[in-house]
Design a protein around this ligand. Structure first.
Ligand SMILES: [Fe+2]
Ligand SMILES: [Zn+2]
Length: 466
């Protein structure tokens, strides 16, 4: 299944595009497709305005990779190379430069912004890609003495003598007035049990260990489905640790780094028992819950303990459709959480978070946090009348989560670890008897997303979007 050689495809595609002479494509609008994708793939919610982000959406803008219809890992963006209009001229006044694009739109850039974003090696460190320009040495009313379109991009000579060159692709990508390229959205495949019957995301251990193309394939499967199995893994903690480290370094927590555990309650958490665990996400009590979680069953001599997965984004979509009021409630009411089983820790996030967390600019659902066991005492209500509303909403949510149609169950076996996106997919297990030894680890969300993007798109493409 899925996108073979995703990285190779991505690289050859972007190289091809770079070589291609600039052509403006009016015939299709990738952004309409992207927006359609958002509305069909993830529940959206318009959260209350957040002044910090809505006034400065740049801070929320992820890199924008190119379209490749053949790829399963499909993040959309405009794929036409931007060109300037041959019929209109670049203009500038005291405050801004206006660029007329072939596609019929004008981008305006304030001089101070453009100068501050100079891409030259004196202004941006060529290796670290950090700003080396002393922004505060610029006059706020800086303006160009010369502006000239060149083949490679826009040439600007500033009063004072500094020269800048901005590529057309960079200018188009970062146009903010108007914003020409919409925020991209990953096309996730939301699944229920029936969708997975003949289509379980799985990759081969050898492929992952052998090359970054294998990692590209693995991480894209995790992104699309929210989980993936790996076949053919040696049944040792060492090999499992090396495997997870192909994605990124392990995130240490109060449970340690790499775990190797049995049901002995060594750590005071229900995961370290043989009790059944209903579908939940882990570490809801961290400000930033862990991104990925891997489980590898090393030994099992007993009965039961089947693993359970539920697509939390699909469940959230169902809740939104069937019980919009409950969806709204769980998108706004903040749920306090804690981890205090171990004698020496009591962990809480800096603020309680809602069950459903949305992108502040796009409104897209980005994170489900749900673990009923880890809820702390809810004694701070903006309006105490919301108590009943909250309980009604979590009853509805619990009912959706427990529908058999959304539950995927599989008995883990040695040699076939499971990894899943803990911001999306809920996990659980049946009770079990006997001896069971499990190993695994957490990986941070930003770390695995970095690996996903770098292996699927390459550094050059990612940097262009920054
Ligand atoms: Fe868990
Ligand atoms: Zn410069």
């Amino acid at each position: 299944m899925a996108s073979r050689r995703a990285a190779v495809l991505a690289r050859s595609l972007s190289a091809g595009l770079a070589r291609r002479q600039a052509v403006c494509q009016h015939s299709r609008n990738p952004w309409k497709e992207a927006i359609r994708a958002i509305s069909t793939s993830s529940p959206r919610f318009q959260p209350p305005p957040n002044p910090a982000t809505s006034e400065n959406p740049i801070s929320a803008s992820p890199p924008v990779p190119k379209i490749n219809k053949k790829r399963t890992f499909n993040v959309t963006k405009a794929d036409a190379q931007p060109t300037l209009s041959k019929h209109h001229k670049i203009s500038f006044d005291d405050k801004r430069i206006s660029l007329p694009w072939e596609e019929g739109k004008n981008s305006t850039f304030q001089h101070i912004w453009l100068r501050d974003h100079c891409q030259c090696p004196q202004c941006m460190h060529p290796q670290t890609k950090q700003r080396t320009l002393d922004t505060f040495s610029l006059p706020l009313n800086i303006r160009p003495s010369e502006v000239e379109p060149k083949d490679e991009g826009l040439y600007v000579k500033w009063h004072g003598g500094h020269e800048s060159l901005y590529s057309w692709e960079w200018l188009h990508r970062h146009s903010y007035a108007p914003r020409l390229e919409k925020y991209p959205s990953v096309q996730r495949k939301l699944w229920g049990k029936a969708d997975l019957e003949e289509n379980i995301p799985v990759v081969k251990y050898d492929d992952v260990m052998k090359s970054d193309n294998g990692v590209a394939e693995w991480t894209s499967q995790i992104q699309i489905y929210g989980f993936c199995f790996v076949d053919g893994v040696p049944t040792t903690p060492g090999a499992t640790k090396e495997l997870v480290e192909r994605i990124a370094h392990i995130r240490h927590t109060h449970y340690g780094g790499f775990w190797d555990f049995t049901a002995d309650l060594e750590k005071k958490d229900m995961a370290y028992t043989n009790l059944a665990l209903p579908a939940h996400t882990d570490t809801t009590y961290f400000t930033e819950p862990c991104g990925l979680q891997m489980f590898h069953l090393l030994e099992f001599d007993g009965q039961g303990g089947e693993s359970l997965l539920v697509d939390g984004f699909r469940a959230a979509r169902i809740l939104r459709e069937e019980k919009p009021e409950a969806f709204r409630t769980l998108s706004t009411i903040r749920v306090p959480t804690h981890a205090s089983g171990n004698e020496d820790v009591s962990i809480e996030p800096y603020t309680p978070f809602p069950v459903f967390n949305h992108h502040p600019v796009t409104g897209e659902l980005v994170q489900v946090r749900w673990n009923n066991e880890d809820r702390a005492t809810m004694d701070r209500w903006a309006d105490p009348e919301e108590v009943e509303k909250f309980y009604a909403a979590i009853f509805d949510w619990n009912e959706v989560l427990k529908r058999a149609e959304g539950e995927y169950r599989e008995q883990l076996v040695p040699g076939r670890p499971l990894i899943f996106d803990n911001w999306r997919v809920l996990h659980g297990r049946g009770s079990f008897t006997g001896f069971r030894r499990m190993c695994g680890a957490y990986v941070g969300r930003d770390d695995w997303q970095s690996r996903l993007r770098m292996t699927n798109y390459g550094r050059e493409e990612i940097l262009m979007g920054l």
